[in-house]
Design a protein around this ligand. Sequence first.
Ligand code: EPU
Length: 439
Amino acid sequence: MEQLWIKGERRLQGDAFINGAKNAAVAVIPAAILANDICIIENLPYIDDVISLSEAMNELGVKTEFLDRHTLRIDSRNINNFQAVYESVKKIRASYYLLGALLGRYKQAEVAFPGGCNFGVRPIDQHIKGFEALGAEVIVEHGMIRAKADRLIGTSIYLDVVSVGATINLMLAAVLAEGTTILENAAKEPHVVDTANFLNSMGANIKGAGTDVIRIIGVEKLHGSTYMIIPDQIEAGTLMIAGAITQGDVKVCNIIPKHMESVTAKLQEMGAEVIEGDDFIRVRSTGRLNSIHLKTLPYPGFPTDMQPQMSALLSVAKGTSIITESVWENRFQYMSELKRLGAQVKVEGRVAVVEGVERLSAAEVSALDLRAGAAMVVAALAAQGESKITNVQYIDRGYEELEVKLRSLGADIRRVQVSSEKKVPRQRILEPVLEKKII
Ligand code: EPU
């Protein structure tokens, strides 16, 4: 078991380079199934979710190969299995994209439910409703979702909730359908647009991605493509907040500032100095920031995936902040851990009231999920003393070498092996591939 040990109160300063977006990666990789050809995906983050997904694709007969740490070659010409069992998808929450991709290409798919999530149930009723509207029969039994169709025929689908997953999954299922599909009340997140751009680069005909109406004209087939995915807005936001909470000066580089507008606006409202360039944002702060009120919303609103890290920052702001979580039902569980670091928080349903304190104090805390883990790291960077963060595997699902980046900014953070049960370092999984390439 690994832990992150962080000695807080070090001012962070310098440049941090942001990797590709996790939530674009986990959609674009399965989308390559639709091609019956070879796709090369560049700028992928080298994180556990990407590795697990590429392994799950291999089980289907797709050949995936890392050409280097951030580039994956996907050959989907010899798929011989339309079933992704629990064992191969249990670690990937976004495994449901295999369903849309397999259904789109083969008109049949069976994918295991990935299991619950640490911040509550993750329903997929809107995905299923959409598949059915396209003409598929969908049965959920024995922990598997089975979808089958003779033909998929384009239609109008209105999503009852704005769902990133349903929007992407229905694009995947509809690109090869007969006729036109119109998705209304679609999600507008940058990774929705990125997935549509990738599909279009393979020959799909998708218009309107990034607005709430997406029009997909079915095409007969798709071809291979080389595609570079967008930078990770949540990794960028996490490091911006790490800069702000340590009263530091951090420049996040290799990003699309437009994707960061809601985070930037909130940091400015708190009194941080934010300087924006074409592909970077620099965050400077020289003292305690002011409290604010915050409500999470689908894009372009403030992202729920930044809510825990922002709460960490607000826990040391001057005054009282009110945070409303409107996307997920139960995303404040980590507050119990934040309190262990000295935060003063009251949670009532979907609302948290955070009374800013002057200083947090180090403690042993658990990363309850990916972003909760990121919040613990951010809070520990500001806490007095040495904090120990357990359950680091959640953080590794979505951040590539977070501690290396933070260390290069001046943080005192190290990864520590605490029991005899050794985890194979992720580097070792890649080594044989790299060795082969280098020779
Ligand atoms: N919802 C339904 N029915 C559905 C689908 C969603 O009721 O069929 C509800 C959910 O319960 C939730 C809301 O709609 O209340 C939004 O869910 P959405 O479908 O947008 O979430 P998702 O696609 O499962 C993605 C990200 C999450 C991120 C959310 C919201 C990926 C792989 N995951 O999840 O990211 O929180 O959108 O932006 O793209 C993370 O990166 O840490 C993470 C959890």
